[in-house]
Design a protein around this ligand. Structure first.
Ligand code: GLV
Ligand code: MN
Ligand code: MN
Length: 425
């Protein structure tokens, strides 16, 4: 089997997909179920159909593009044993939604790189015994509905159809309404995959961190994915005139929130592990006037770790700090846990297949941890999973200057193709 990745085609497809954007280039903004997202989906589905893949779209818009396996391949190779089932699917894929002001590679490399890997396998004459499926997940990013990985949470049964349907965007539109308006058919109950659907799942992704670049390596085999938890904190103090209210009398909600942000940073820095990270990415201030004391503040909190106990100990300290700040600053703090997921370990067999694929092409790799979350975190609950990382310049991601070199992307697609072939044989 001679595998050749068409680097020029892959690069031009990544560039083309970036033109489906609600932000001016080089930034990409593509939020789930917006007209832009739907146009991008339609364009990708056409590319998959051109490659002879059969498309299935589930009720939340997860899109499966299948290259059907040939069961006779198993009978030919296993003349003396029972024919192996051809039902198990070898999956790959990622997402194409992009947070506001993002770049063009996050998720996209795993989708278009996955498609290119399949095309390379087809061109090589390889015929899979197990079906190989490219999966484009719906809404890996939490931008619109507040929690990430909606598609994979539903596929894996981590999120119930009932709870998912009720999720609201900032305009008060439910996920249920948004997906129906976007043309998705059926009921959210039908999204969950039957157990044992996948033989294995592999996601190709940019690293979104600096380690591969620092090591001068172009591939990373991911052995674990950190666990994210996110919360919304609401602070209620007392507003008033910025000139009139004396300092000792104030109950400033933003000052209370500021204390909490700094305390959280300090907690995350002192767990003793580099794998603990905490971020406050949204701070809404009410009424938001230059001469008005903040009466109400809402913060988003994102805490992650590869170790569940350590991650949860940060959440516990956060809760204790809330109670202390309430007393000191005479404000009310309400915290709402949006999600608290468990970390995932990659499956040994899939990791081995990735390592062997690297070795077959004499490519060095780094064994690594993903501190970003991915749909693969949730797929790991129902399938043997591993991920393959490629470097991105300076580790930049979620910003317009995110960049991955075409040669690195092509190398990733090559190793992915080799791995899919091994898993689907
Ligand atoms: C995914 O984009 C994440 O926030 O890790
Ligand atoms: Mn992202
Ligand atoms: Mn991503």
């Amino acid at each position: 089997m001679k595998l050749a990745i068409d680097q020029a085609r892959l690069t031009s497809e990544i560039e083309h997909l970036a033109t489906f954007s609600d932000a001016e280039a080089p930034a990409v903004t593509r939020v789930v179920f917006t007209p832009t997202d739907l146009k991008a989906r339609a364009w990708i589905k056409e590319r998959c159909q051109d490659a002879g893949l059969t498309i299935r779209e589930d009720p939340v818009g997860n899109t499966f593009a299948r290259w059907s396996g040939d069961p006779s391949q198993s009978q030919r190779t296993r003349l003396n044993g029972p024919p192996e089932s051809n039902d198990l699917v070898v999956g790959t894929g990622s997402h194409i939604d992009a947070i506001p002001n993002a770049g063009k590679y996050d998720g996209v490399v795993g989708v278009l790189g996955g498609l290119e890997a399949i095309r390379a396998l087809q061109a090589s004459g390889f015929r899979p015994k197990h079906s190989i499926e490219l999966l484009i997940f719906t809404s890996e990013e939490p931008t619109r509905f507040g929690i990430g990985c909606l598609g994979s949470r539903l596929l894996s049964g981590t999120l119930s159809a009932e709870a998912a349907g009720k999720l609201l965007d900032s305009a008060g539109i439910t996920l249920e309404d948004a997906r129906v308006r976007a043309g998705m058919k059926g009921s959210l109950e039908q999204v969950r995959l039957p157990s044992g659907y996948y033989k294995a799942f592999v996601e190709l992704h940019i690293e979104q961190g600096p380690l591969l670049e620092r090591e001068g390596l172009s591939l990373g085999v991911v052995e674990r994915i950190a666990a994210p938890a996110s919360l919304r904190l609401t602070f209620e103090g007392a507003g008033g005139h910025a000139g009139g209210v004396l300092m000792p009398d104030r109950r400033d909600a933003l000052c209370a929130a500021a204390e909490l942000i700094l305390a959280l940073e300090s907690t995350a820095k002192t767990t003793g592990s580099i794998n603990t990270v905490a971020t406050v990415g949204i701070c809404d201030v009410f009424p938001g006037a230059v001469n008005s004391i903040p009466a109400k503040v809402s913060l988003s909190v994102d805490v992650r770790d590869t170790n569940l106990e350590r991650r949860d100990s940060v959440l516990k300290t956060l809760e204790e700090t809330c109670r202390a700040v309430e007393v000191q600053r005479r404000v009310a703090i309400r915290s709402e846990l949006l999600n608290a997921d468990a970390p995932a370990e990659s499956a040994t067999d899939v990791v081995s297949a990735l390592r062997q694929a690297c070795e077959k092409h004499s490519l060095r790799y780094l064994s690594m941890t993903s501190r970003a979350y991915h749909d693969s975190l949730f797929i790991s609950r129902i399938a043997p999973m591993a991920m393959l990382f490629i470097p991105c310049r300076h580790g930049y991601s979620h910003r317009p200057d995110e960049y991955a070199a075409p040669e690195d992307i092509a190398r990733g697609a090559l190793v992915l193709a080799e791995t899919l072939a091994a898993l689907a044989s």
